[in-house]
Ligand binder design. Structure first.
Ligand code: FMN
Length: 184
């Protein structure tokens, strides 16, 4: 397990190859086994490929052009994160009206589910990066509206997935747990 965790990397470059439906279903199945409070199973997955992904591209382009009207090069380079990705899964978490604690717990559960997808992706020979910022559009309303998510859902991640076009061999840098732990 430790080896698998150390090996997992954020992959941002993909080859031009579709991800098979069976593999996508395995990713989603893996997600559903994540721990979750009171079995609310608060996740929902929006799978985008082909035409729906082209729609996402349009939404992201509009967002970037509005945000960076004087920086066309930045817009162009940022768009590559989407145009070079064959599969994007947007993941939402259910909000529980009047219960901030439960809403937070749902976010924690959905984060766990995303980690399961990430590890499963690696085992299937796929690469993935969990995006939130910029074209990840997690902190904006544009993607939420585009996928048709309800007001009771909040976006947690935009998962860019595909067959990797890069191999990251540099060892993972992490602060040793001893510096992040208080033994009480
Ligand atoms: C909640 C969350 C949001 C992230 N958002 C982005 C993002 O918007 N863009 C990006 O390129 N990577 C994003 N990442 C990936 C991190 O940059 C990456 O996991 C980190 O650099 C550590 O590298 P590793 O995953 O290879 O260990 C995000 C990761 C998490 C957990």
């Amino acid at each position: 397990m430790l080896e698998a965790l150390k090996k997992r990397r954020a992959i941002r470059q993909f080859v031009d190859r579709e991800v098979e439906r069976e593999k996508i279903e395995l990713l989603l199945e893996a997600a559903t086994y994540a721990p979750n409070d009171r079995m609310r199973e608060p996740w929902h997955f929006y799978v985008m490929q082909g035409d729906s992904l082209k729609g996402y591209e349009k939404v992201a382009l509009e967002f970037l052009e509005k945000r960076f009207p004087t920086k066309p090069h930045l817009v162009e380079s940022s768009m590559k994160a989407i145009t070079n990705t064959p599969l994007i899964i947007a993941v939402t978490s259910a909000m529980v009206e009047g219960d901030e604690g439960a809403t937070k717990d749902n976010l924690f559960a959905v984060s766990s589910a995303i980690m399961s997808i990430w590890l499963m992706a690696e085992q299937l020979g796929l690469g993935m990066v969990w995006r939130t910022r910029g074209v990840g559009l997690v902190h904006d309303t544009a993607l939420h509206t585009y996928i048709g998510a309800s007001h009771q859902e909040q976006l947690v991640g935009t998962l860019c997935i595909g067959y990797p076009a890069e191999e990251i061999t540099t060892p993972k840098k992490r602060t040793p747990f001893s510096e992040k732990t208080t033994w009480l």
